[in-house]
Design a protein around this ligand. Structure first.
Ligand SMILES: Cc1cc2nc3c(=O)[nH]c(=O)nc-3n(C[C@H](O)[C@H](O)[C@H](O)COP(=O)(O)O)c2cc1C
Length: 319
């Protein structure tokens, strides 16, 4: 059984593990790829300390790429941020390392910038484009720029959620209708019902983040995994940020953010979110940290291996 996504990505099951700052380590990426999906290395994946320069972050990716290769001979991807200015320099440094290391698949997330997507294609990469603000127009720009796959992400997602608040049910079908290339669904997919619904909505695969945070191979602190398993979707708090929204569990840090009217925003994403995720996810200092999750965490009730998560997601699913 190989649908278009499986053929493009050379994988067995049409699932991509989405990149997640700090959390998506070499071990998780390799476990997902070994289980038949496509693992994606995220920035600072697996590390628990901060670095000060762009070059150091990029070199960390090199170390992790080599580690992934020592753990699997299957395909895997890396995260590219479509950004301008200093952010652009950061993205370029990571891209250069990925190309030097021969990585073939990229998850490019950001605004629909045709030139940047085309440059990734010109570099010989297979491009999975995930607009942070999903829309019909963003899907069409991605297709025109040569992307191989588009990801339609609903507001239900964990991490940085869209500025517009369109849920997965609403955004997936319109983006799937808008382009000829395959579309994957993201946002709140944590069990086989979510996968089935994604296919019914016109997606040809699923793009999953939060469900892997609590995997056995995830480097997240044990206390964080248990905190997620023990909370319900209704416990989450959604904040406005300068680039969209953030849904997080009710740690002290997050509660303080709501109290601050001016912030009502999480300020300066790159600085603060990076720090708050480090404490929330990796060092397990929950009170200082942010634990961003999707709207479906009520369904996550146990810590499982990546293989079991993927097998359960695709249980009874035909594609
Ligand atoms: C904690 C967390 C961190 C994330 N960090 C990133 C990131 O650094 N880059 C990125 O492109 N997407 C990031 N995402 C988004 C995921 O790649 C993925 O699109 C999203 O988690 C899918 O929705 P789901 O969480 O409902 O499965 C993050 C998501 C979470 C939950």
């Amino acid at each position: 059984m190989k649908n278009r996504i499986c053929k493009i990505l050379d994988i067995e099951k049409p699932i991509i593990q989405g990149p997640m700052l700090w959390v998506t380590s070499a071990e998780m990426v390799a476990a997902v790829s070994n289980a038949g999906g496509l693992g994606t290395l995220g920035f600072n994946g697996g590390y628990t300390t901060r670095v000060n320069t762009i070059e150091e972050t990029a070199e960390r990716m090199r170390v992790q790429f080599r580690k992934i290769r020592s753990l699997t001979d299957k395909p895997f991807a890396f995260n590219y941020g479509i950004m301008e200015g200093d952010g652009g320099l950061f993205s370029k440094a990571c891209l250069d390392v990925a190309i030097e290391e021969g990585v073939k698949y990229v998850v490019a997330a950001g605004d629909a910038k045709e030139d940047q997507i085309r440059a990734l294609k010109d570099a010989g990469l297979t491009v999975i484009f995930r607009p942070l603000n999903p829309s019909i127009e963003a899907a069409r720009i991605g297709e025109r720029a040569g992307a191989d796959i588009i990801v339609a992400t609903g507001f239900d997602e964990g991490g940085s959620a869209p500025e517009n608040t369109l849920g997965t049910m609403s955004i997936v079908p319109v983006m799937a209708d808008a382009v000829d290339i395959p579309v994957m669904a993201a946002g709140g997919i944590v069990d086989s019902r979510g996968v089935k619904a994604s296919f019914a909505l016109g997606a040809e695969g699923v793009f999953v983040g939060t469900a892997f945070i609590t995997s056995e191979e995830s480097p997240a602190a044990q206390i964080t995994k248990e905190y997620i398993v023990n909370h319900e979707s209704t416990d989450t708090i959604t904040l406005k940020t300068p680039v969209g929204h953030e849904r997080a569990l009710p740690t002290e840090y997050i509660k303080e953010q709501i109290g601050n009217e001016e912030l009502g925003n999480i300020p300066s994403r790159m600085e603060n979110v990076t720090r708050a995720y480090l404490d929330g996810f990796m060092t397990g200092e929950l009170e200082k940290g942010a634990i961003s999750v999707n709207a479906a965490i009520s369904i996550i009730k146990e810590i499982k291996s990546c293989k079991k998560i993927i097998d359960d997601l695709f249980s009874g699913i035909e594609f």
